[in-house]
Ligand binder design. Structure first.
Ligand code: HEC
Ligand code: HEC
Length: 264
């Protein structure tokens, strides 16, 4: 079990245990998602060592790559289940689709460059160099997880869920109510997350220790898709589309660190 979840209050644990539909009927008809290999199949030897290092950095980024991190998040805060969960931008679907053109940089990027982007914006930090052990380990971990996946094909569950357009304009005021009812218990009414001693129990969703304005989730449509499929934690697909849009509009209307491209 992940460390943060050891500190659940009774109410938080109750929320996690409450059932609810895991897959909506529409999505149940999608083709089966790719199954990445289990950790027990990470080989011994130098390749396996690099993969294991990558997994440690991915799940405990502040501890194992702290000098590159500028907030309280880990890679796993958004890429859930150690980078395995469909529609939480899983690593197995990412690896086989790079190099890829990204309009954000107007160039064809390698996977390592894409990861640098998440350090800069989502982790509000300083990107490690492409030949650093940090990037090499994270690329090795992604490579290993994609074992057997078809190369260059869009896989079911890749990236974040792409939301259909909202029926009504996303509204932060409606979203605030959704946040209070479905999110505040874990992420705090003030959005700053909750800690247990020195450990982050639940990560901040806004404020100085969260992702910055240049991050993918700072776009309402991306955040709505992430929330729709993944939040409340373990209750993905229980908010309506409109609630997901509204709560995303609310969260992204709150203060957070500036986009580093716009600081002069
Ligand atoms: C605040 C949330 C957040 C954090 C933290 C975060 N990422 Fe991301 N990451 C995203 C989003 C959003 C995308 C874009 C997904 C999409 O294409 O829809 C993304 C994309 C990626 C991709 C490419 C996925 C694809 O399918 O193209 C990789 C690889 C990746 N991140 C790795 C990392 C690593 C490694 C870390 C930790 C150093 C990290 N991310 C931290 C939100 C985050
Ligand atoms: C039961 C507790 C719980 C509830 C309720 C919950 N979350 Fe989360 N959320 C988490 C945890 C834990 C993570 C990080 C996952 C990890 O590290 O494995 C997370 C991650 C996130 C992230 C990405 C990381 C960050 O801090 O920015 C966002 C955004 C987010 N949640 C938004 C929401 C929204 C919006 C709601 C309400 C609709 C919500 N969450 C409800 C526990 C919860």
């Amino acid at each position: 079990m992940k460390k943060g979840l050891l500190f659940l209050t009774l109410a938080q644990a109750g929320l996690l245990l409450w059932g609810g539909p895991l897959v909506s009927p529409a999505r149940a008809q999608e083709p089966a998602t790719f199954q990445p290999p289990p950790d027990s199949e990470i080989p011994s030897g130098p390749f396996g060592d690099l993969v294991r290092k990558g997994e440690l950095i991915f799940t405990q980024t502040g501890k194992f790559a702290g000098k590159y991190v500028g907030n309280d998040l880990t890679c796993e805060s958004c890429h859930l289940d150690r980078g395995r969960k469909p529609y939480a931008a899983p690593l197995w679907a990412a690896y086989v689709n790079y190099p890829r053109f990204r309009s954000k940089n107007n160039k064809v990027s390698r996977l390592g460059e894409r990861i640098q982007g998440c350090f800069r914006f989502s982790m509000n930090g300083t990107p490690p160099s492409l030949d650093s052990e940090t990037i090499r380990s994270l690329v090795a971990y992604s490579f290993w997880m994609s074992r057997g996946a078809p190369v260059g094909k869009k896989l079911s569950g890749q990236g974040m869920y792409h939301m259909p357009p909202p029926a009504r304009k996303p509204d932060p005021f409606r979203g605030k109510k959704v946040y209070a009812a479905r999110c505040a218990l874990c992420h705090g009414a003030d959005g700053l997350g909750t800690t247990s001693g020195h450990d982050v129990a639940f990560p901040p969703v806004w404020g100085p220790r969260s992702y910055n304005m240049g991050a993918g989730l700072a776009k309402i449509s991306k955040l709505a898709g992430f929330v729709k499929m993944n939040m409340p934690l373990s209750k993905g697909d229980t908010l309506s589309d409109q609630e997901s849009w509204d709560v995303a509009a609310y969260v992204d209307s709150q203060p957070r660190p500036a986009d580093p491209r716009k600081i002069h």
